[in-house]
Each structure stands twice: as structure tokens, then as C-alpha cells.
Ligand binder design. Structure first.
Ligand SMILES: C[S@@+](CC[C@H](N)C(=O)[O-])C[C@H]1O[C@@H](n2cnc3c(N)ncnc32)[C@H](O)[C@@H]1O
Length: 255
């Protein structure tokens, strides 16, 4: 289990209810800029605790949201959250195994994913699957953590990853863009959001060092709280060195 309860409790305290990744509602709105979700059917890959999926339906008007994830305890929490928000029929979750997406061709108007694809090693195969399940005219929109050409050799990156229990499968922005094209996406776009994430992460480090330190330690224990700070500090160094490049990805299925 990569996202046990103490880790997700810590994430929610920092980023808000149902969120295991940075940014919250503003970030989701930014990813969806120019997209009208009303009445649309959405697949969310790596749905975690389900906060993003609730937003896609309740705030952005999606008619149906299906979140998929590989961790059963996250699926259970996400279902509980959707039920608490009165969205259980409209926002649903499925436990999947990595690989082929368990959906028919052309099933979704939008495939969304926030900060989950960094855990999936075979991105070219994933993009082909995403294109397959999209309806013609549908968009793929993702936030993903990419890295620079030299990051694999970077001491800063190694120091950061040595403090994280998560497994990452990074790729470069150029490789991600090419993989979108190779999969058959039209209008491929990879937008570098490093500067924005540098600011957000700096805020997180400050919170973990100051106002949230004691509160977090009380909820999840000192070891997890200090681990969280060490991981955020390491991530800050990787952002500041230019090795870690958080990006927004877009592509469209034309026909
Ligand atoms: C950083 S969390 C983000 C969760 C959520 N999108 C959010 O923003 O709060 C990454 C999520 O991806 C999930 N994940 C990892 N590998 C996956 C895979 N192959 N398919 C679907 N989800 C996966 C993890 O279990 C975790 O819930």
C-alpha cells in the first residue's frame, strides 16, 4: 500500500478534503480552462480519495464521473466521500489493475488525471488506451510530474526520492509530447508549470515547518509528519534545480 491512511490524512490536512495532490479546486479549474463539462461523462485515472471527482461533478457539472484507482482503501474512502456529498449515483469508483482500461471504446467525453500518471511506467501504452476510450472530439487532460533530460543523474533528485516511499516513473516533456503524438492525439500540448508549483511547494514546506507541524504530528505521529516535511523539502530542491517539471498535458481525439 503506497497511500496508507496516515499519508492520506496528512495530504488532506495540507491540500483539502479528498485531495492527495497539490492545488485543490483552483488547480482543477485551471486544468479545465476552456472546457465545458456540463452533461459530460468523465473518466478520472488515479482518483485517490475522490475529492477531484466530486469537484468534476458538483462544481464543473459533469453528468457522470468514474474514478479508477489501484488501491482498495482509496476506492472505499472515495465512495464514502461521494455518498457524504450526495453524489453516490453520479460519481462512482472502480478498483482496477494497471494495464488496459476496463471500458469500451469511445466511452468518455473527457479523460482526466491529476498527478497520478507519474506512477505509471508505460506512458505510450497508457496514452493509446486513453485515446481508445475517448469519444471522437473528446479531450485528454492531465497534470503529470515530468523531469529534465539530466534528472536521472541528479543528486538532488536522488536525495528527494530516497525520502519518498512512492514509486515514480518520470519522463521528459519532449518524450511525453511525442508519446501523445504517436498515440494519435491531435492538438498535443505540454505546458511547463514549474514556477507555479515552486510557489505552492514553498508554501507547503513553510506550513509543515510552522503552523501545521504540531497539528500534523498529533494526527499522524511525529515520524510521518517529519517524513512529510523531508519529502516536501526534497521536492522543493528538485523543483528549484529544474530537474522536476510539473506539467499540464492535453490532447484531443479527432475521429
Ligand atoms: C498523488 S495521488 C493523486 C490522487 C488524486 N488524483 C488527487 O489529485 O487527489 C496518485 C494516485 O494514483 C493512483 N495510481 C497509481 N498507479 C495507478 C494506476 N496504474 N492506475 C490508476 N491509478 C493509479 C494512486 O493509488 C493514487 O491514488
Amino acid at each position: 500500500m503506497k497511500y496508507p491512511k496516515d499519508v492520506t490524512d496528512a495530504a488532506e490536512l495540507i491540500w483539502g478534503e479528498g485531495m492527495i495532490s497539490p492545488g485543490g479546486p483552483e488547480k482543477v479549474a485551471q486544468m479545465l480552462e476552456g472546457i465545458d463539462l456540463s452533461g459530460q461523462r468523465v473518466l478520472d485515472i488515479g482518483s485517490g480519495l475522490g475529492g477531484v471527482d466530486v469537484l468534476l461533478a458538483a462544481t464543473h457539472g459533469a453528468a457522470a464521473v468514474i474514478g479508477i484507482d489501484v488501491e482498495p482503501q482509496l476506492i472505499r474512502s472515495a465512495r464514502d466521500l461521494a455518498a457524504r456529498k450526495g453524489l453516490a449515483g453520479r460519481v462512482t469508483f472502480e478498483l482496477v489493475i494497471p494495464g488496459k482500461l476496463p471500458f469500451e471504446d469511445a466511452s468518455f467525453d473527457l479523460v482526466f488525471s491529476k498527478d497520478a500518471m507519474v506512477h505509471i511506467a508505460d506512458k505510450p501504452a497508457l496514452y493509446v488506451e486513453v485515446l481508445r476510450v475517448l469519444k471522437p472530439g473528446g479531450w485528454f487532460i492531465a497534470a503529470d510530474w515530468l523531469w529534465s533530460e539530466v534528472a536521472a543523474e541528479s543528486g538532488v533528485v536522488h536525495a528527494w526520492l530516497s525520502k519518498s516511499q512512492l514509486g515514480f516513473a518520470f519522463t521528459t516533456p519532449a518524450a511525453a509530447r511525442q508519446a501523445l503524438i504517436d498515440a494519435g492525439f491531435a492538438e498535443p500540448k505540454v505546458t511547463d508549470l514549474r514556477h507555479e508549483l515552486q510557489q505552492a511547494n514553498r508554501k507547503e514546506v513553510a506550513l509543515l515547518k510552522g503552523p501545521l507541524r504540531q497539528k500534523l504530528a498529533t494526527i499522524v505521529g511525529t515520524e510521518i509528519a517529519e517524513g512529510r516535511l523531508a519529502s516536501a523539502t526534497g521536492r522543493q530542491a528538485a523543483l528549484d534545480s529544474g530537474d522536476l517539471i510539473p506539467c499540464h498535458l492535453r490532447g484531443r481525439r479527432l475521429s
